[in-house]
Ligand binder design. Sequence first.
Ligand SMILES: [Zn+2]
Length: 195
Amino acid sequence: MHDDLLRDVDFWQFLLGIDREFAQNARKNGCSCGGRLHAGNYLRKPRGGPDGLPEECCLRLSFCCCEEGCRKRLTPPSVRFLGPKVYLLSVIFLAAAMRQGPSPRTMRELCTLFGADRRTIARWQLLWQEHFPQTRFWKVERARLPHPNEATLLPRALMVAFFISPDAPRDDWVRLLCFLAPITVADGLAVAIGR
Ligand SMILES: [Zn+2]
């Protein structure tokens, strides 16, 4: 059910709208040097989404500072792209989460479902299980989880916390992806130093 939506072009249009809001906010704030930002979007070739995704849905919204001598690139958070990763954030999350729980999907099923190979899916599991819990983001934001369940492993714990509306999977996805958006920027997955 939650994977159906990832093959729905309308859903990706909707997520693009959220990314546009993030981008507008970033533009309003401008560059840290005080300079104005101009659009510097770039085209990605995301994997794991539906066939025939319109080109605008493959755009990573981004800016460059206009100021001579700065020209810094500023890439706002996204609900679609996880840093430079080729696969879409929601796919990287869902495939790893579906390996867990009372009835985990087999690697073979997930390879077919998302078009990724076993090694890639295994890397995603490591990302969520080993790396993500060490990040500054998680150490702080875990306290904001709507329905925390410490006993459930990541990333499934996030699925349990956010996928609560069987009749409205889009709302669940949007809440989860907005929660995760801060990890999609440069250093978003930085590890917390010390305890
Ligand atoms: Zn600047």
